[in-house]
Design a protein around this ligand. Structure first.
Ligand code: SF4
Length: 449
């Protein structure tokens, strides 16, 4: 991407294609085998414990080195049925690859575990599903939400012989994989390709366009189904709490990422010249980098704390900077500058922190010109989820679950972003779904007499 190209608001098709092409292109067969040969097949491999789904990494890499891609894929999919998308979107640099022994001095170059994982999944035999469904148990489970947690749970339970109905409010399944991740991370409709693979197991009935109102419908679901798994994500964007926040030109970042993912023609998307993104997570990085790659002249991410405290990894921050995004830490929004209802800037106060880490305002103001602002300060669950009083809520407003992902309602489990255990990556959601499925399966076993 050249800076000359990016300044044009209507770029050529080739430039759009280049700016939105796969950011982690696949390894060739030769590259994969060379990379696999770097693995030391460590005893007590630290990469396994650093993987939230516990994939046996040396085992699958060994199979790649043996040219057994099918076996490698099976090792991955046994622990993580969404191993293909996780290979593309996981921040491996702070997970398995950070833990890899080859990441330490003097080499400092971990085995490319994520890209090898993608290689194995992409090169598996696609003619047959790698798992067989157990004999039907006659038990049925409702899964609310067809994002990574819901899909992982549905596949595991279907594999164990239960009948699953997945409800999702959107017209397509996939949750954040389909709607909430930058377009260049999951190219060529990969989210839907992976879902078709997951559904090959059989026994999963999908009802899209089906928004479940938990307040009204959860009691019925707990009667109609033997168990319920809630994977509802976080539906409502947090507000900054400033006057004029509803003004034209101030938008939610996630809605914009969804629009970019679903558009058929990137050239038709409106792009502002001066963009300010408020937030410090991956959503902030994704919307900012995409806006720059769509042709915005100036894109600034403003974050109220330091770069080290951003939840976006150093790698993600570097990617944004390479895309031409400016990241300014220690800025807290104080107001929006508007003229005749038209946004033209964001007013910030500079911040610092005291020795206890408490955020302090310095009083020094700064205005950053903007004709579009994207809010990426996180999401929250809508209060209606809890209005029946039966679903217990944790202190931070999410669904409270125990270590088996069971909620306060006897036959209801929950996982993914809607639960409170401080984990919010796609790979964490998959693990929640998998563990909840195992717990639900134990619950559904007939009592021994
Ligand atoms: Fe291979 Fe690195 Fe894992 Fe060791 S830590 S098994 S070298 S990937």
């Amino acid at each position: 991407m050249t800076s000359k190209d990016i300044r044009n608001h209507r770029m050529s098709d080739e430039v759009y294609q280049e700016n939105f092409s796969d950011i982690k292109p696949p390894l060739s067969c030769y590259q994969a085998n060379m990379e696999a040969s770097r693995c030391l097949y460590c005893h007590d491999a630290p990469c396994i414990s650093a993987c939230p789904t516990g994939i046996n990494i040396p085992s699958f890499i060994h199979r790649i080195a043996d040219h057994n891609e099918d076996g490698a894929a099976r090792v991955i999919l046994e622990e993580n049925i969404l191993g293909g998308s996780c290979a593309r979107v996981c921040p491996t640099e702070v997970l398995c690859e950070q833990a890899c022994v080859r990441n330490h001095s003097p080499e400092c170059k971990p085995v490319m575990i994520g890209r090898l994982q993608r290689y194995a999944i992409d090169h598996r035999q696609k003619a047959a599903h790698p798992f067989t469904r157990a004999q039907k148990t006659g038990r049925n489970v409702a899964v609310v939400g067809a994002g990574p947690a819901g899909l992982a749970c549905a596949h595991k339970l279907a594999r164990l012989g239960h009948d699953i109905t997945v409800f999702d409010a959107h017209s397509k399944p996939g949750g954040l994989n389909e709607y909430g991740i930058a377009a260049y991370k999951l190219v060529e409709d990969y989210a839907q390709e992976e879902i078709r693979f997951i559904f090959e197991i059989g026994g999963i009935n999908l009802e899209t366009g089906s928004r479940i109102d938990l307040e009204k419908q959860l009691p019925d679901l707990t009667i109609q189904f033997d168990a319920v798994f809630l994977a509802i994500g976080l539906g409502s964007a947090k507000a900054i709490g400033l006057p004029c926040e509803q003004s034209r030109g101030i938008q939610e970042a996630l809605g914009t990422i969804e629009t970019i993912r679903q558009t058929k023609n990137l050239a038709e998307l409106p792009v502002a010249a001066k963009v300010v993104v408020i937030g410090g997570g991956n959503t902030a990085i994704d919307v900012a980098s995409q806006m720059r790659r769509l042709g915005a002249d100036e894109v600034t991410i403003a974050y109220r704390r330091g770069l080290q405290q951003m939840s976006a990894t150093h790698h993600e921050q570097s990617f944004a900077k390479e895309s031409g995004v400016r990241i300014i830490p220690w800025l807290k929004p104080k107001g929006f500058e508007t003229k005749a209802g038209q946004l033209h800037g964001v007013r910030f106060v500079k911040t610092t922190q005291d020795s206890a880490g408490q955020l302090l305002e310095t009083g020094e103001l700064r205005v950053i010109p903007a004709d579009r602002v994207y809010k990426a300060i996180g999401q929250t669950l809508t209060a209606e989820c809890f209005s029946s009083g039966k679903l217990a809520r944790s202190q931070n407003g999410k669904i409270r679950v125990d270590d088996q992902f069971r909620t306060s309602i006897g036959n209801v489990w929950a996982g993914g972003d809607c639960v409170d255990n401080g984990e919010d990556l796609t790979v964490h959601a998959v693990q929640h779904g998998k563990l909840a499925a195992e717990a639900i399966n134990r619950f559904l076993q007939p009592l021994e007499v």
